[in-house]
Unconditional design. Structure first.
Length: 323
């Protein structure tokens, strides 16, 4: 029992950093992921997600700091890591001319999966990814969602218990995204550790813990619930007919903490929704702005992240100015 903690930590990094010529893509990451977690790495394009995953998968060496995966050092023991993990890159390359079944067999060859194991696994993976009926179809002729599922099945052919998925659902339709997540949930229930990057905030809700990455740094790392709890105030949502002017007017009102635009909606954080709602409505009416659908709503991950990134940017700006 003495080494339980160490065994439980399947991913650990300290000061993990990657610099390219001009930019620092990953800047001093300290992460720890326990066995069986669904860990989400969230962030916009260019945040450093892919670079982080490449270093964790022992494909790219860090400029500074270190990472251990499954107990192995990613630089000195890269081969041991590669055998134990599954990695689904952002641009996973299936062989378009090969059928579903042939793709699986091809990856079984690459990972040197023995005959007995593949005879058991291939039918199971086909069923698991809902592709049994399509096993004779060429990969190029599958829908986008099915290609992702096949890519996942290929990633699982050597039965890894740590899985790295780099934006597996980007560009996939909502129904396929949900199906894909159902499959990930099944893997999670089987005890697989999942490390998944995504630009979709709503997917963060399905993770056990989430790290928000922005410009190479982790802005916050916690459970979805606690991250939502970091947002101050109560949230009002409304649809004004003049978004910009409405935002400008609202920003100066008493009790308003933050205003975010969200499509054609305004999200307004206030200290007290019951009190500020009517005042806000009155101010807009007076300015000749029509307002529809004013209501109080619960902050989601999305609002929390926007708010936290803003705070980080303000701190950075302040830091630069005072330096
Ligand atoms: N091989 C590379 N050479 C130079 N810059 C790179 C390289 N790979 C990534 N970058 C840069 O590093 C930053 C982070 O990229 P990336 O890790 O791909 O972010 P994400 O996956 O979150 O979109 C970006 O500014 C990107 O342009
Ligand atoms: Mg990426």
């Amino acid at each position: 029992m003495a080494d339980v903690n160490e065994n439980d930590l399947v991913i650990a990094t300290q000061g993990l950093t990657k610099r390219f010529k001009k930019i620092t893509a990953v800047n001093g990451l300290d992460l720890s992921v326990r066995r069986g977690e669904i860990f989400g790495l969230l962030g916009p394009d260019g945040a450093g997600k892919t670079t982080t995953i490449r270093m964790l998968c022992a494909i790219m060496n860090p400029t500074a700091g270190w990472a251990r995966v499954a107990g192995f050092d990613t630089v000195r023991e890269a081969e041991a890591i590669k055998k134990r993990i599954g990695y689904m890159p952002q641009q996973f390359s299936l062989y378009g001319d090969l059928t579903v079944l042939e793709n699986l067999t091809f990856f079984a060859d690459i990972f040197e999966v023995g005959r007995e194991a593949r005879e058991e696994r291939i039918p199971r993976l086909l069923g698991f990814s809902r592709l049994t009926g399509f096993r004779g179809r060429r990969a190029a002729h599958l829908s986008g969602g099915m290609q992702k599922k096949l890519a996942l099945a290929c990633t699982l052919i050597h039965a890894p218990d740590i899985l790295f998925l780099d934006e597996p659902t980007t560009g996939v339709d909502p129904v396929s995204r949900r199906e894909f997540w159902d499959i990930l949930t099944e893997l999670h229930l089987q005890g697989v550790t999942l490390f998944i990057s995504t630009p979709y905030m709503d997917e963060a809700e399905r993770c056990s813990r989430v790290a928000l990455m922005f410009e190479g740094r982790i802005v916050v790392c916690d459970t979805p619930e606690r991250i939502r709890g970091l947002v101050e105030g109560e949230l009002l949502e409304l649809r004004p007919d003049d978004l910009r002017e409405a935002a400008r007017r609202i920003e100066g009102l008493p009790g308003v903490l933050e205003v975010q635009t969200y499509g054609d909606l305004l999200h307004v954080f206030v200290d007290d929704a019951a009190r500020r709602g009517p005042a806000l409505q009155a101010a807009l009416t007076e300015a000749g702005i029509a307002v529809a659908g004013l209501r109080r709503t619960r902050p989601r991950m999305e609002e929390a992240f926007i708010s936290l990134i803003r705070r980080q940017q303000e701190e950075t700006e302040y830091g630069t100015r005072s330096a």
